[in-house]
Design a protein around this ligand. Structure first.
Ligand code: IVH
Length: 672
């Protein structure tokens, strides 16, 4: 059937809208300097979505509406890069860089050479091919010669321009392949992992893996939900960019609409490069994203051409890495610890070693499969790693150092603490002690119950809990509230004063919000975030105790794993008895008096940007008092986004999903 002709006014309007939205997206995401209000942007996007829905024949792969993702692919196609994507030679100290500089000077015949130095991002390298000014292909590095085509996924990254325009608004240039790194910021990575933990999904080991995993989705709508960022750092093949230096090349790319790392320094001497490396290393951990060093590039492009490449890497560039956050040491023992839920965690005791500025003497081995996969044995030489504030872990065994005397690890058949049998459910990674009265579990449960975010009991620290459980002074949560001062005074390292303080601390903790109470119970998969969601949904303990899996699964933010865990917890007689005992011993759960008649009942909000008449916390309290919920990420389930001054990417997300956006004044009106 021939497609009906479209009124030229409509075609023109669609083109205008696309141009305007590309422009404003760039102002917002690349320049951080929006020119129009969110409501105006919103109206343009809505109009375009409406026209594209009404006139599907006007669909275009580079429309701003492509940011929300496309239907899933069956598999990734591969593509041969027009110019190979090489890797970089690594240098680790000043001497390596001086040798590099000498070689460059010798080969170019210059007395001094100027460089551009850029932070070396730890993400995923991509090549973006633009033809006639539109993004046609985005590919991974792959083996350097052939990569995977991930165009639909890359289009969801907001700072990747879908079209390139010159100063006159014309599509340009004829052909350009831009190279850069797609990555996740630390915050985005943490948030993603928190969500995965609560949903019972496997965690990403680091931001790099998370970025790679996000770009490897066959369903780009999933990628669209990951907060991916990009910095571009070079080109593959090009036509008429007309620049003489790498610094100018980056400026041209910036003009065309790409994000360039603002920490980049151009036209600097080798001495300045060395100073800059020290400076960058100093601020490394304060950056919003991970870097593992810097990249130095000969600035003059004609010199780059003259220097050429080896088969693996260019002779005009070098990575200058930061000192390792890894070190080698030996495994003295493997201890098995029992957690709050009975999970057995093998922990390697190491010969103490300095890594990234601190002494490490233990590293988690996670679970049985992990030990088997890495084949860690007692007596082994191992490579350990500590990145930022993450728990140290064993990266790998140095097999060449094995003597044959190393002892393989066996997961115990019985709990190392109470001697009960252990089980490993089919398909699960964790081995668990089945005895709910195992002293190790009791200790960990009580520590969690008394900790910050839960009952937050002053004076009830980990060591004291351990002692009290060992002496059978504490056997359950409820025992905390009937502790006798005399008994407490008789414990090791306790005097009259500290005993008195503890009893006061316990008394002061008895009144607790429903949310903290639910979190304190230590229900599997119920972290602080899920506890909050549950507390907002259920009117009280009775209601949640009777909830079915189906009912729980209808709640936004509650998946099947959480639902099953909650139902299982409340169905157990011993837990019901424990709850009754807590209430009998004076615990008072405070339920918020919002209920369903309040103006914002059941509505979910997300706040972004700075508010002027109130703090974010105040806004959150007002919304909650009116029966609404406040979330941190914008999804299809968000009802309203409240945007203040200089709003963040959440606003963009809201626009893409068609979520209502209001300002502070409107919020006040809603709340009344
Ligand atoms: S230039 C031919 N610049 O490092 C030169 N690479 O080890 C190619 N990388 O695969 C790379 N930040 O993924 C360059 N500012 C930067 C970089 C950078 C990170 C990555 C890139 C590349 C790897 C090479």
């Amino acid at each position: 059937m021939p497609t009906p002709p479209v009124d030229p006014h409509i075609t023109k309007r669609v083109a205008e809208l696309r141009a305007a939205l590309h422009h404003h997206n760039h102002r917002y995401y690349v320049l951080d300097d929006p020119e129009i209000s969110d409501a105006e942007y919103d109206a343009l996007m809505q109009e375009l979505i409406r026209l594209e829905t009404d006139y599907p024949q006007l669909a275009s792969p580079d429309s701003p509406t492509a940011r929300v993702g496309a239907p899933p692919l069956a598999k990734f196609e591969t593509v041969k890069h027009a110019v190979s994507m090489l890797s970089l030679e690594n240098g680790f100290n000043e001497a390596d860089i001086k040798v590099f500089d000498e070689r460059v000077r010798r080969l170019t015949g210059r007395k001094t050479v100027l460089y551009t130095a850029e932070p070396k991002l730890d993400g995923v390298a991509v090549g973006l091919v633009y033809e006639g000014g539109r993004l046609v292909t985005a590919a991974t590095r792959g083996d350097g010669v052939t990569g995977e085509v991930i165009t639909a996924n890359v289009k969801t990254v907001p700072a990747v321009p879908l079209v390139l325009l010159d100063a006159h608004g014309q599509r340009t240039p004829q052909f350009l392949e831009v190279r850069g790194e797609i990555f996740l910021e630390r915050e985005g990575f943490k948030k993603l992992n928190t969500e995965r933990l609560e949903e019972g999904l496997p965690l990403f080991a680091n931001p790099r893996n998370a970025a790679a995993g996000s770009l490897r989705q066959l369903d780009s709508r999933i990628t669209a939900r990951r907060p991916l960022r990009i910095y571009v750092y070079g080109v593959g093949s090009t036509q008429n960019l007309n620049v003489a230096s790498h610094g100018d090349l980056l400026q041209s790319l910036k003009q065309l609409g790409f994000r360039i790392n603002p920490l980049t320094r151009s036209a600097i001497t080798v001495e300045e490069v060395l100073d800059f490396h020290g400076e960058l290393e100093g601020k490394r951990h304060a950056l919003a994203y991970e870097i593992d060093g810097m990249v130095i590039k000969v600035d003059r492009l004609s010199d780059q051409l003259q220097l050429g490449n080896t088969s693996r890497s260019p002779r005009w560039a070098m990575a200058y890495k930061f000192p390792a956050i890894q070190a080698t040491t030996t495994v003295d023992a493997i201890e098995v610890q029992v957690g709050r839920t009975g999970k057995l965690t093998p922990v390697a005791h190491l010969k103490p070693v300095r890594v990234g500025g601190v002494t490490v003497s233990r590293a988690t081995l996670h679970n049985e499969d992990e030990v088997r996969k890495k084949d860690v044995r007692v007596g082994d030489h191992v490579l350990v790693q500590r990145a930022g504030d993450v728990i140290p872990e064993v990266v790998k065994v140095i097999d060449t150092k094995r003597s044959g005397a190393e002892k393989p690890f066996e997961m115990p058949k019985h709990c190392p603490v109470c001697g009960s049998s252990v089980v490993r459910e089919e398909g699960a990674a964790a081995t668990r002690c089945i005895n709910a009265n195992c002293p190790a579990q009791i200790k960990e449960r009580i520590k969690h119950f008394a900790a910050k975010g839960a009952f937050d009991i002053d004076g009830l620290g980990d060591k004291l809990v351990e002692q009290m459980v060992e002496k059978k002074v504490l056997n359950s949560f409820a025992d905390i509230f009937t502790l006798d001062q005399q008994v407490v005074e008789g414990l090791e390292r306790m005097g009259r004063k500290s005993a008195c303080n503890l009893i006061d601390g316990i008394g002061g903790s008895k009144q607790i919000s429903f949310q903290r109470f639910l979190y304190a119970l230590g229900i599997g998969h119920v972290g602080e975030h899920v506890a909050k969601i549950l507390a907002e949904h259920f009117a009280g303990l009775d209601n949640i105790s009777k909830a079915t899996r189906e009912e729980l699964e209808t709640i936004t933010g509650v998946g099947p794993i959480v639902a099953a865990s909650v139902v299982n917890f409340f169905s157990r007689t011993e837990n019901q008895e424990m709850l009754q005992q807590l209430l009998k011993n004076g615990v008072v759960v405070r339920y918020e008096t919002r209920g369903h008649r309040t103006p914002l009942a059941g509505m979910s909000f997300v706040l972004t940007g700075a508010l002027t008449g109130m703090t974010r916390r105040q806004a959150q309290e007002l919304i909650e008092a009116a029966g609404g919920r406040v979330g941190s990420t914008v999804s299809r389930n968000t009802d309203v986004v409240v945007a203040g001054n200089s709003p963040g990417s959440k606003l963009q997300r809201a626009r893409e999903l068609g979520v209502a956006v209001i300002d502070e004044a409107e919020l006040r009106r809603l709340i009344g």
